[in-house]
Design a protein around this ligand. Structure first.
Ligand code: NAD
Length: 499
């Protein structure tokens, strides 16, 4: 058993510094909200730039010892953290529900997945983090070159709010495995889970100062992006903020960025699709996490021949499966949205769809489930009758609003699917496997799903094309992206050097 104990409330503080959860007081604060209840449960101080600078310096000092450990030694700490997460799985999942509003059944999956991520990077680090021996001219045994894979230093990480624990682990896992220190700034809308991760990592043996959590809004994020002591940025959030992050990464110093940004994905359902598979894929592409999933395909292109049957079966499945309610209840499939502002933004998209000639076939209204009447709940919407020019079809909604768009031909579906500046994900549902792979190759997206949607595995590359970002998370490349390669030329025969 480890020393970690999952806290029951936020009273221990929402900062994590030198191996401890702490309170930090400052003039500027933001509200911490429990979405399922629609209630403010605490206020949290925003870290001013001076504090960001202090913790980056601390991290830089602590990182040297961590970098000197072998990848195997660092990997053991991550694998121990994974073990602790599994031990406390249910408590952490319940904490995640209370910090985010997602249904418990989904939070459990996120926590499992987070443990897998730490196990994966802890496991592959010794095999991946190695150099090469390289022959060079005039060589033999006395002249050669070799490479070393070295950490970058301090990685500044900034998270979104929709997968608070998992997003944090996705960034922290490869960064720490590679020998870096991390300063993490969560979203103010879901600030609590990264602090739990700090306590878990400390209980697993991570040295103090290697993982720090500071809280705040844009000012704190910008301070991290522009800080000269930070060597790399890893950001998850909207395209607009991603642009600012990349700009600020070039102020003071030149930092590489991993940018995991928004999406407006498409799912293309052909006439020859298996109907159940088409309905399930469309639901997986739209309704997890109240629709607040970056890869979600709100644009569901359906070929004319299957349109009527698909729509009928979809509406039936929605009525049967989409139980909206308290996310802590086992049977709830749709929990609370992240905050009131975001809920109203989603409802605004549905209004705009109506105004632009769309018909809302189901849902699209705020609901007040028994016992949690003040939370931010929306009955998921299915909309039809819009053109590709409609606001709801062009912009990321980040909420449960599926839009059905009929099409005639394969070429048309591909062209319309690609007609977006986003490129995070796409899907194709068809019984014709040759067509499936042909279409998958032509879709401009970082992930393509064939006869499925929103699968996600730690060993499979995840990231965007076009404005959905660059760099990859999960996979071996994410680990390598937290290192830099040093080439060392060697001459063992001093008499051979002529000038
Ligand atoms: P956001 O861009 O508003 O905020 C993201 C983070 O950036 C927050 O921590 C925020 O406080 C911080 N921030 C705000 N201004 C900043 C600045 N100027 N400099 C540095 N940091 C700043 O996004 P959000 O509303 O938290 O998240 C929703 C968005 O994230 C959606 O677009 C969604 O698609 C995207 N997202 C992408 C992925 C992915 O992996 N591609 C995953 C989850 C969410």
């Amino acid at each position: 058993m480890s020393s970690f104990k999952c806290p029951s409330d936020l009273s221990g503080g929402l900062y994590f510094r030198t191996g401890k959860r702490i309170q930090f007081e400052a003039e500027h604060t933001f509200p911490v909200v429990e979405q399922r209840l629609g209630a403010e449960v605490a206020r949290c101080a925003c870290a001013p730039p001076a504090l960001v600078d202090e913790v980056v310096k601390e991290a830089k000092t602590a990182q040297k010892e961590w970098a000197n450990r072998t990848p195997l030694e660092r990997g053991k700490v991550l694998r121990k953290a994974a073990e602790i997460i599994r031990e406390h799985h249910e408590d952490i999942a319940r904490w995640e529900v209370r910090t985010n509003g997602k249904p418990l059944v989904e939070a459990r999956i996120d926590i499992d997945y987070s443990a897998d991520t730490l196990e994966y990077y802890g496991g592959i680090a010794p095999a991946v983090l190695k150099g090469d021996y390289l022959d060079i001219p005039g060589g033999g045994a006395s002249r050669f070159a070799y490479t070393r894979r070295e950490p970058l230093g301090v990685v500044g990480c900034i998270g979104a709010w929709n997968y608070p624990f998992q997003t944090c682990v996705w960034k922290v896992g490869p960064a720490l495995a590679a020998g870096n220190a991390v300063v993490y700034k969560p979203s103010p809308f879901a600030p609590a889970s990264p602090v739990l991760l700090g306590e878990i990592l400390t209980a697993a043996g991570l040295p103090d100062g290697i993982y720090t959590v500071v809280q705040g809004e844009a000012e704190t994020g910008e301070a991290l992006c522009t800080n000269a002591g930070v060597s790399k940025l890893s950001f998850t959030g909207s395209v607009g903020t991603g642009l600012a992050v990349q700009r600020n990464a070039a102020v003071n110093t030149l930092k590489p960025c991993t940018l995991e940004l928004g999406g407006k994905s498409e799912l293309i359902i052909f006439d020859d699709a298996n109907l159940d598979n088409a309905v399930n894929s469309a639901m997986m592409a739209n309704f997890f996490n109240q629709g607040q999933v970056c890869t979600n395909a709100t644009r569901v292109f359906v070929q004319r021949g299957i349109l009527e049957k698909f729509t009928e079966a979809l509406l039936k499945a929605c009525d049967e499966k989409l139980k909206v309610g308290d996310p802590l209840n086992e049977e709830t499939r749709v929990g609370a949205n992240i905050n009131e502002f975001h809920m109203k933004k989603i409802l605004g998209f549905i209004e705009s769809a109506r105004a632009e000639g769309g018909q809302v076939l189901r849902g699209g209204v705020q609901v007040h489930p028994e016992g949690v009447e003040n939370g931010y709940y929306i009955d998921p919407a299915v909309v039809t009758g819009l053109t590709d020019e409609a606001k709801a079809v062009r912009e990321e909604i980040f909420g449960a609003c599926m839009i059905i768009l009929p099409f005639e031909t394969e070429e048309e579906a591909i062209a319309r699917g690609n007609n977006t500046t986003f490129g995070l994900a796409a899907g194709v549902v068809t019984g014709d496997l040759a067509r499936a792979h042909r279409v998958a190759a032509l879709l401009e997206a970082g992930s393509v799903f064939i006869n499925t949607y929103n699968d996600c595995e730690v060993n499979v590359d995840f990231g965007g094309f076009k404005n959905s970002g660059h760099g990859r998370e999960n996979c071996i490349d994410a680990l390598k992206a937290h290192t830099q390669t040093k080439a060392v030329y060697v001459n063992l025969d001093a008499s051979s050097t002529a000038y």
